[in-house]
Design a protein around this ligand. Structure first.
Ligand SMILES: NC(=O)C1=CN([C@@H]2O[C@H](COP(=O)(O)OP(=O)(O)OC[C@H]3O[C@@H](n4cnc5c(N)ncnc54)[C@H](O)[C@@H]3O)[C@@H](O)[C@H]2O)C=CC1
Ligand SMILES: O=C(O)[C@@H]1CCC=N1
Length: 268
């Protein structure tokens, strides 16, 4: 793996950096992160600087990973324009930010940009990332980006950049909906008289165990669901409530549509 330049070492950037280090990331890698605490776990394994202005002048990374909040892009990207001359691939994980928008902030169309959307299970190498390679990205650069994304889980590529907005809504934010499921399931158990700590343990173990079963099983989700659902049993009653068209199917459509719309808004 070549030395990289990572801009922003927060929750996602830090999770990805941990995965790259496992894959043999060289210590010449530079991490720009204003909060020293965020990089303390990586001390001695990469070069840390607090701002883009402090990146060594002769550093020419093969890839620049953009992992700040999208709102920071108008400040950070113009400061990175000098790297475009040495033709690295810029890999952005920022929600909403389009390839064209990032190229404009980086000084023009010469910038080679991959737009990618990972998710937080990357922290345990179980992430799922979808990427889009912008104009001018070479096969070698796409292969490097793919290697970086796969270091923290599985990855897929799309040829239509517009799909990254619904990707952001489904797999980018998806872990939050699953964690919310734990919260509401535990609360519903408490409402039926279960002690709160037991209800939370049960809900957490049930979601984690179901995720592990789903990952390990060759069966699809619908079959795994049917395997739980005894005819005329208890699950059937619960699913009749949840699977009503006005319940989860419609609510999930609305939630995904809202997140997709927000991703489009963040482009601006
Ligand atoms: N958290 C998530 O589940 C996912 C987040 N993303 C995207 O990843 C990006 C980062 O999100 P998080 O890691 O959750 O946020 P975060 O707030 O944990 O990380 C952002 C980091 O960037 C640093 N930073 C701010 N200004 C900087 C600058 N000028 N130069 C270098 N570093 C700077 C901050 O100190 C912070 O540590 C966002 O653009 C988000 O859309 C994408 C997929 C999933
Ligand atoms: O909520 C967000 O905007 C980011 C993108 C997907 C997950 N977190």
């Amino acid at each position: 793996m070549p030395p990289l330049l990572l801009i922003g070492c927060g929750k996602m950037g830090g999770a990805m950096l941990a995965g790259w280090l496992e894959q043999g990331l060289p210590p010449e890698t530079v991490v720009v992160e204003p909060y020293a605490e965020a990089v303390s776990a990586f001390a001695g394994r990469v070069r840390h600087v607090a701002s883009i202005a402090e990146i060594p002048a002769d550093f020419a990374p093969a890839a620049v990973i953009l992992a700040t909040k999208p709102q920071e892009a108008p400040n950070a990207l113009p400061q990175l324009a000098r790297f475009v001359a040495s033709a690295p691939v810029f890999v952005s994980i920022m929600a909403g930010k389009t390839v064209a928008g990032m190229q404009a902030l980086l000084g023009g169309e010469a910038a080679r940009v991959v737009r990618a959307m990972p998710n937080t299970p990357a922290a345990v190498r179980q992430g799922f990332t979808v990427g889009f390679a912008g104009p001018g990205v070479t096969a070698g650069q796409k292969a490097l980006a793919d290697q970086l994304l796969r270091a923290v889980g599985d990855a897929a590529w799309v040829d239509d950049e517009a799909l990254i907005d619904p990707v952001t809504a489904v797999s980018g934010g998806g872990p939050a909906y699953v964690f919310l499921l734990v919260e509401v399931m535990a609360a519903a158990g408490v409402a039926q008289g279960l002690p709160a700590d037991l209800a939370m343990r049960m809900a957490r173990a049930t979601v984690a165990g179901s995720g592990a079963l789903l990952a390990a099983s060759p069966q699809d989700a619908a079959t795994l669901r049917k395997n739980v659902t005894s005819p005329k049993g208890t699950t059937e009653r619960a699913l009749a409530v949840l699977m009503d068209e006005a319940a989860w199917p419609d609510i999930m459509k609305k939630a995904i549509a809202a997140a997709t719309a927000r991703s489009r808004e963040l482009a601006g």
